[in-house]
Design a protein around this ligand. Structure first.
Ligand SMILES: Nc1nc2c(ncn2[C@@H]2O[C@H](COP(=O)(O)OP(=O)(O)OP(=O)(O)O)[C@@H](O)[C@H]2O)c(=O)[nH]1
Ligand SMILES: [Mg+2]
Length: 366
């Protein structure tokens, strides 16, 4: 039996991993290839898993990052392989994770060479966050410890791919190219847009290269890494919605995220990623905010009126998780009231990510 291609795409929260993996998966599906996707989070009830499932066979590793849950990753990959016989498995690690070459790629290469053929490891960047962190501008709104994780992600990459090219001028591209070439001169560098598909072909060609990749093992201080991760408050919540009069999913979801954004602006807590998915009988809306000074954007639209929905909210924000939950809850419930929507919270989890404790860590690359 030939090995399944294993394509993991890294990058900080909000860089565009899910959007890119959906684009890559679509590309291969159009070519008649079979694909499966695996999402990952510190908790369950993920927007990303729901988005992946809307396209292809998908599963999630919840309750910890791939490195701490490597056995779960293998189990999920084996299940998907047994059920779907995919040619390619795409995997999205948690955006605040690093050291994935030493703790995921190297173990896969050593222990499962017959089962998985690991693709070159590409790390994505959001251009605005990258410019701020690479030029040392207040560490991109976070502390130096979060910036440390961001840099470690770049250090271990085979290639760095700046996403969201559609938002950049030629001068922006030039500036980012210079910043990256100065700090990471040995990395392959790509600019692309997961949204428009511009430049995606080059990235695909790179990821298809055979050869010895996934070999850049960074020295990681796990105390700084753990403290950086724990600076982010994490919230995953789900509510079921019912309304006497129909609501428009796009309008309701945008209003909810805008209201949460306004509340976070008052407290000044930097946003790594705030995302919402509103699933209804008429289709789904998805909306995102990837920085405090950014704006809420719809990434999936549904304008059909409906009286029922289920909303998933995932927030990763530099603040106390209990405060984050109270902020999200108050803002969300206020908007629901204004729209005549009754909400019933089905579940919510809020916490700071625990210290990463990888199952395996290889200090030397094969
Ligand atoms: N303009 C633009 N926006 C993009 C592009 N790719 C992704 N986005 C947007 O960036 C936001 C974050 O994208 P995701 O794909 O969810 O990012 P992610 O890296 O998976 O985020 P996490 O799962 O939180 O780590 C969403 O609003 C996307 O629509 C792009 O090429 N251009
Ligand atoms: Mg994602």
């Amino acid at each position: 039996m030939r090995p399944v291609r294993f394509v993991m795409v890294g990058g900080f929260l909000g860089a565009g991993k899910t959007t890119t993996l959906l684009g890559l998966a679509r590309h291969y599906i159009q070519q008649g290839r079979r694909v499966a996707l695996i999402a990952n989070d510190q908790a369950d009830h993920l927007v990303d898993t729901a988005l992946f499932r809307s396209l292809a066979a998908a599963s999630e590793v919840a309750g910890g990052c791939f490195c701490c849950r490597l056995n779960d990753l293998i189990r999920v990959a084996e299940q998907l392989t047994a059920q779907q016989w995919p040619d390619i498995i795409f995997a999205e690690p948690v955006g605040s994770c690093t050291d994935l070459v030493a703790t995921v790629i190297q173990p896969l290469k050593r222990f499962y060479p017959a089962q998985y053929q690991v693709a070159p490891y590409v790390v994505l960047l959001d251009p605005h966050r990258a410019r701020r962190i690479l030029s040392g501008e207040r560490f991109g709104g976070f502390s130096p410890k979060v910036a440390y994780i961001f840099h470690k992600q770049l250090e271990e990459a085979d290639a760095v791919a700046v996403n969201k090219l559609d938002l950049l001028s030629d001068a922006d591209v030039q500036e980012l190219r210079q910043l990256l070439q100065r700090q990471y001169p040995e990395k392959h560098l790509f600019f692309f847009s997961a949204r428009t598909g511009q430049g995606l072909e080059e990235l695909i060609r790179f990821q298809e290269l055979p050869g010895r990749y996934g070999t850049h093992i960074a020295e990681v201080d796990y105390d700084i890494y753990a403290e950086g991760e724990a600076e982010l408050g994490w919230l995953n919540a789900i509510a079921e919605l019912r309304a006497e009069l129909a609501f428009i999913p796009d309008v309701l979801l945008t209003a909810v995220l805008n209201r949460i954004h306004e509340a976070l602006q008052v407290s000044g807590a930097e946003v790594a990623h705030l995302k919402g998915l509103l699933h209804t009988t008429q289709g789904s809306s998805a909306a995102n905010l990837v920085q405090l000074h950014g704006r809420v954007e719809l990434s999936r639209c549904c304008a059909q009126p409906t009286q029922w929905g289920q909303v998933i909210l995932n927030a990763r924000v530099a603040c106390d998780p209990e405060l984050l939950w109270q902020t999200v809850r108050q803002a969300t419930e206020a908007v629901f009231r204004e729209h005549g929507v009754t909400a019933h919270w089905l579940t919510y989890q809020r916490f700071r990510p625990a210290r990463p404790v990888p199952i395996h860590r290889f200090a030397e690359a094969t």
